[in-house]
Design a binder for this molecule. Structure first.
Ligand code: FAD
Length: 467
């Protein structure tokens, strides 16, 4: 069995298939595992995540994968999400005593950055989602409708759109509301905030991201498999409707009984020829799937400037500030550190792509100093900007029609990747779901079916009676 790609999709497929008794040979082009959700060490010894990654309580497959590879204990879960606007008004999201769907009512009622009119309009839209059990009829319009259209149909106030819906959804889906299929947006609120009490809990890695995958190699190798790094696949040979082999540098060819291609959709498109598109029409759509950017800004201060583990900023370019020093337990990932390391995240950062790095640093530093007054007195020791122009696939209206299934019409070819048909947006959860679905498809085609996909969190509280 060959798996190409050592991101979460390839790793989850590889680990699942190894567990099912297959000898898995994984090939990854880079010198480390984790794909987009990884970290590396700077020349000065600093561990830097490609970008801060977070998970939510509703991401049941990612949680299952971390458990399988011994990393579940490296994720810290938080019950309280903190928001702050430039006027210094704060709000929280935290489950109170009431059962779902009313568990957030207390914190929502006292959420200072929203007016009463904003809150009324949000409550109306939430009620609509609740009544429709997470799927309002207008989501089924052929080709989909945008989240902005969905919100306008529900007469949301400008404040509600800008300071609530946009804040949550741009972070969760990495796209602007007018370019997001409303199906994804409504799903976020149903699964994370309405249907149960724990779906919204935010999980943040307490270690540099690459450390989450330490156990994957062991899981694959202990069942006779291998993990090969620095091994980019250069070509896929398909003949007679079946994969014959894959080609690496130096004219090396490898063959297997089955192949899982767990590449980003752009990389898969580059390896797809006309013959493959003819056999599997799903592969002809890959170039139509768009991409959306995320920018990460890293600041190292000479002293502590922030106490909270993270905060969401409203009405600023900077969307999140993560207190990496606190999340790593006072270290830089390996050694104890004085000073403080903060990571800022800006999703759907189209406006920043062309901006010079220093301009981004200056802009974000001003916002950090406004949000965290202690940063005004601190010395910024160093700063880094990481722009990921194609961070995720864009969840544009109708994108689901372009996403191929994991099982293809080409014999021995299986697909995985957050962009394949999982029902989920481009997230670590979506990537793991795709890996598990690909592993299930391989086992089904071999006549040894086995299930890996985990169920969603069940509705609880009063919602359990409703659905
Ligand atoms: C900046 C940023 C922030 C994000 N934040 C979050 C977040 O907070 N929460 C969340 O859930 N998700 C987040 N995501 C999305 C998440 O990282 C992805 O959805 C997920 O990691 C995708 O996994 P994958 O395995 O499908 O793809 P990838 O991680 O892209 O893995 C594909 C792998 O294939 C390898 N590869 C490519 N070409 C070849 C080749 N020819 N031969 C061999 N190997 C090859 C690549 O090197 C890579 O390792 C973020 C993404 C980015 C970029």
């Amino acid at each position: 069995m060959i798996v190409i790609g050592g991101g979460l999709a390839g790793l989850s497929a590889g680990v699942a298939l190894a567990e099912a008794g297959w000898r898995v040979r994984l090939f990854e082009q880079r010198p480390f595992l984790g794909g987009r959700a990884t970290s590396y060490v700077l020349p000065d010894g600093e561990h830097v995540d490609n970008c801060q990654h977070v998970t939510l309580g509703c991401c049941t497959n990612l949680e299952d994968f971390y458990r399988r590879v011994g990393s579940a204990g490296k994720i810290k879960f938080f019950d309280r999400l903190l928001f702050q606007d430039p006027q210094g008004r704060t709000g929280e999201m935290e489950a109170g005593m009431l059962p779902a769907p009313f568990h957030m009512t207390g914190s929502f009622a006292s959420f200072a950055p929203l007016t009463l009119a904003d809150k009324r309009s949000i409550a109306r839209a939430m009620l609509d989602i609740l009544r429709a059990k997470g799927h309002t009829p207008d989501l089924d319009v052929p080709g989909g409708i945008s989240m902005l259209q969905w919100l306008k149909r529900r007469r949301q106030t400008l404040g509600a759109i800008e300071r609530f819906w946009r804040v949550v959804l741009v972070s969760a889906l990495d796209e602007e509301l007018d370019r997001t299929d409303a199906r994804f947006g409504v799903d976020v609120f149903w699964k994370a905030f309405l249907s149960n009490r724990s779906g919204y809990r935010m999980g943040v890695p307490a270690v540099p991201l690459a450390e989450l995958y330490d156990g994957c190699k062991t899981e694959i190798e202990k069942r006779g498999g291998e993990v090969n790094l620095r091994m980019p696949v250069r070509a896929i040979r398909v003949e007679g409707g079946a994969v014959q082999n894959v080609e690496f540098d130096g004219g090396r060819f490898e063959t297997a009984d089955a192949y899982v291609f767990a590449l980003p959709h752009q990389a898969m498109a580059e390896l797809t020829d006309e013959e493959m598109k003819r056999c599997e029409p799903g592969l002809a759509n890959l170039e139509k799937i768009g991409a959306a950017p995320i920018t990460g800004v890293h600041f190292w201060f000479d002293r502590e400037v922030m106490h909270e583990p993270f905060v969401t900023l409203l009405d600023t370019t900077t969307q999140w500030i993560f207190n990496k020093t606190a999340l790593y337990g006072g270290s830089n990932g390996t050694v104890k550190q004085s000073g403080q390391y903060l990571q800022l995240v800006i999703s759907a950062s189209y406006d920043l792509l062309q901006k010079p790095r220093q301009e981004i640093i200056d802009l974000c530093l001003r916002e950090v100093q406004q949000a965290l007054p202690a940063a005004g007195d601190a010395k910024l020791l160093k700063a880094t900007v990481i722009k990921e122009a194609a961070a995720t696939f864009s969840p544009q209206p109708g994108v689901d029609l372009l996403r191929p299934k994991q099982e293809t019409k080409i014999r021995r070819m299986f697909l995985a990747g957050d962009w394949t048909d999982t029902g989920w947006p481009a997230t670590m959860e979506g990537a793991v779901r795709s890996g598990y679905l690909a592993a299930e498809a391989v086992l089904r085609s071999a006549g040894t079916p086995r299930a890996f996909l985990q169920p969603d969190l069940p509705p609880d509280g009063l919602v359990a009676w409703l659905v």
